[in-house]
Ligand binder design. Structure first.
Ligand code: C2E
Ligand code: CA
Ligand code: CA
Length: 642
């Protein structure tokens, strides 16, 4: 069969139905993408480029066929151009597809490099082949009297297979890395595309080529980028939340966020009752134009508005709050509400969810907060502290200058002298100066940096005790605080013993302060650790007794040397007789069981007298001294009599 006539039948059988449908479907996709708030990742942009290329290609394909019908009347250059563009467009989509699958196959730049190069080579080679074929008249060209010479008619089929084999190879070799469902989705769609290409080929058709290119795009869109609505409350999935704000920020559009947190629903699978669902749906649209509701977690929602579209958003927010209070009267569900404008630095880091959690953690229950400069500054300070903590842990230097030891001397009633003290941690950072424990200890505990910090304090305290002993001071011991969670560290006992031994002081110069454990499994750890370290002579204090719910049975099971009565018990004694009696009895009970009692937070003469009446062995508080740099402890301690 003559190649020329084969080509002619292909053109003659062309109908624009396929291309027109694809164009329509691409527009549908664009609408969906616009309203669905997809995350603007790199691969999302590749998908957008594929859809763009497909639209251009389809239009070009239609133009090409229209021009072919006027063969002889139009300059051949237009035919060459539209034909070349159509072929190039299809190849570009395949090329982009190869780039795209690097992501679900989890191939990084380095691993994927060779495949991207093969795809590049294919794109360049087949495009050049087309162009050179036309220029040299060895390939596709139109003669002066309007006759078409096809050249190698199967060029397009070969190029299509080239990419198909490359993609199939990638899927096969790296099938272990891709999510199963996605693998089957991609392979299934490819099979359908290939089959359809085959069927249209055997009918001498090319009208449905673009349709076959649309299928893989649909698969990716549906499986990876779809962002479903929660129909019940009319919210958009959280995935797109921070991305949408960042994206808006980049275009210098300001947004305003109104966030509702309901702790009763957080961390549960509970659905909102239907009345609340209805209320939320109404709230999302009643007060603002074009507001978008995001469900961030089960108990947390954020309504995002564009301030430009809602210049009176402050008033809108106020009305919304009024309505909210009305609803609250009825449902009585606990809440925290945060209003906040978008902020550059938080947008840049995609950090709104963490920011919200941060602000909420500082709020009272059932309150409203309008976050502003103060909160942003606190949050940035927290992040700064966090990065420093991370660095301290990574550096692993027991002598890290950023961590300082302060000490509060403790009065020993039996001798009337100061011979013990409590070590307290301070952080000194270049940007913020001194940071106090109430700021960084909770963060350090949450992010698992605390153990390194405690070891630094222990190390520096040991060094200083050694120095004081060498200078002849009488140091009975210094107590160091550890967080209960640290006792879970498998190396806990070894870390402590090693540091004391390396510095070279007796074990009984160190005591460890811990608070009561919160649960049974924690308790078991604590018990094991205390027993192991006490065998070596390290003392243990129970810290903050009286601040929580105490479990006496457990306390009795642990061999503490000293029970530290919290300042709140000292205060309670001054308030009424009943409390005083109770504390007095508690103290008597501990003393009878041979525990030594230390009272914390002794501020006045009166406090002191009361504590002494209540079996105190040790006293600590501002009455004697505030915590001072450990170097100043020599002002309090005395030299051993020689
Ligand atoms: P804590 O162990 O109960 O330490 C006693 C706190 O009470 C210290 O606050 C101290 O400055 C303060 N204080 C001392 N005397 C008085 C007084 O007469 N009146 C009042 N109102 N307060 C007094 P600081 O140093 O800010 O430490 C706060 C908490 O931070 C500590 O409470 C402890 O839980 C934690 N912390 C401090 N250093 C460390 C550490 O090295 N490791 C661990 N894990 N936690 C530490
Ligand atoms: Ca303590
Ligand atoms: Ca305490």
């Amino acid at each position: 069969m003559e190649p020329v006539s084969t080509a002619i039948t292909y053109y003659e059988n062309y109908t624009p139905v396929g291309d027109v449908s694809v164009l329509g479907l691409c527009l549908v996709l664009l609408v969906l993408m616009k309203v669905a708030y997809n995350v603007h990742t790199k691969n999302y942009r590749i998908l957008q480029a594929m859809i763009g290329s497909l639209m251009v290609t389809t239009i070009s394909s239609m133009m090409y066929h229209i021009l072919l019908n006027s063969l002889g009347e139009v300059a051949p250059i237009w035919i060459y151009l539209t034909r070349g563009l159509t072929h190039f467009g299809y190849l570009l989509i395949l090329f982009l597809y190869v780039r795209y699958v690097m992501f679900p196959l989890q191939l990084d730049e380095r691993e994927g490099k060779v495949y991207v190069m093969i795809a590049h080579a294919g794109l360049v080679f087949f495009t050049l082949y087309d162009v050179i074929g036309t220029v040299t008249k060895l390939g596709y060209y139109i003669t002066a009297d309007g006759e078409i010479h096809e050249g190698f008619i199967y060029l397009f089929v070969v190029s299509y297979f080239y990419f198909f084999v490359l993609i199939a190879w990638l899927l096969l070799v790296y099938r272990g890395r891709i999510i199963r469902q996605l693998l089957y989705g991609i392979m299934g769609t490819f099979l359908i595309s290939i089959t359809m290409m085959g069927i249209q080929g055997s009918h001498r058709q090319m009208s449905f080529t673009s349709v076959c290119f649309l299928f893989p795009i649909l698969t990716l869109f549906y499986m990876i980028h779809s962002n479903p609505y929660n129909i019940e409350i009319g919210s958009v999935n959280v995935d797109a939340f921070e991305d949408m704000i960042t994206y808006a920020n980049r275009r210098h559009e300001e947004r305003y966020l109104m966030c509702l947190y309901m702790p009763g629903f957080e961390g549960t699978g509970k659905h909102y009752p239907p009345e609340i669902q209805q209320l939320v749906r109404a709230f999302a649209h009643e007060f603002f134009k074009g507001a978008v509701l995001f469900q961030i977690s089960n108990g947390r929602m954020a309504l995002v508005i564009t301030t430009k579209k809602n210049p009176d958003y402050i008033e809108g927010g106020r009305r919304m709050l009024e309505n909210f209070y009305e609803a609250y009267k009825k449902f009585q569900l606990d809440y925290k509400i945060v209003y906040l404008p978008t902020e550059e630095r938080i947008s840049a880091k995609h950090d709104y969810i963490r920011f919200l959690q941060f602000v909420e953690s500082k709020m009272e229950i059932n309150s409203v907060m309008i976050a502003g400069e103060q909160e942003f500054a606190d949050f940035h300070r927290m992040n700064y502290v966090l990065s420093q903590l991370d660095d301290i842990k990574k550096t692993g230097n027991l002598n890290d200058p950023r961590i300082e030891v302060f000490c509060q001397p403790v009065l020993n009633i039996a001798t009337g002298k100061y011979d013990t003290a409590e070590a307290l941690m301070r952080m000194r950072l270049p940007e913020t100066g001194m940071v106090f424990p109430d700021v960084f200890i909770p963060i350090a505990e949450e992010y698992n940096f605390i153990h390194m910090l405690s070891l630094i304090i222990l190390f520096k305290t040991c060094l200083h005790i050694k120095k004081m002993l060498a200078r002849g001071y009488h140091v009975q011991r210094i107590s160091v605080n550890f967080s209960v969670g640290e006792l879970r560290e498998p190396s806990f006992c070894d870390d402590i013993k090693r540091i004391i031994k390396d510095v070279g002081i007796p074990n009984d110069k160190i005591a460890i302060e811990i608070t009561e454990s919160q649960n049974e499994s924690e308790f078991r750890f604590v018990k094991e650790r205390i027993n192991e370290l006490r065998k070596d002579g390290i003392k243990f204090y129970l810290d903050d007794f009286g601040t929580g719910y105490s479990n006496f049975e457990r306390i009795m099971e642990l061999p503490f040397d000293i029970i530290k009565f919290d300042r709140s018990l000292v205060i309670a004694c001054g308030e009424d007789e009943k409390s005083e009696k109770m504390v007095s009895h508690l103290a008597g009970m501990f003393a009878a069981l041979d525990y030594s009692l230390l009272y914390e937070g002794v501020e006045t003469e009166e406090d002191e007298k009361k504590c002494i009446r209540m079996c105190a062995k040790y006293l600590q508080g501002y009455k004697y001294s505030k915590p001072v740099p450990i170097e100043e402890l020599t002002d309090w301690f005395e030299k051993e009599a020689v």
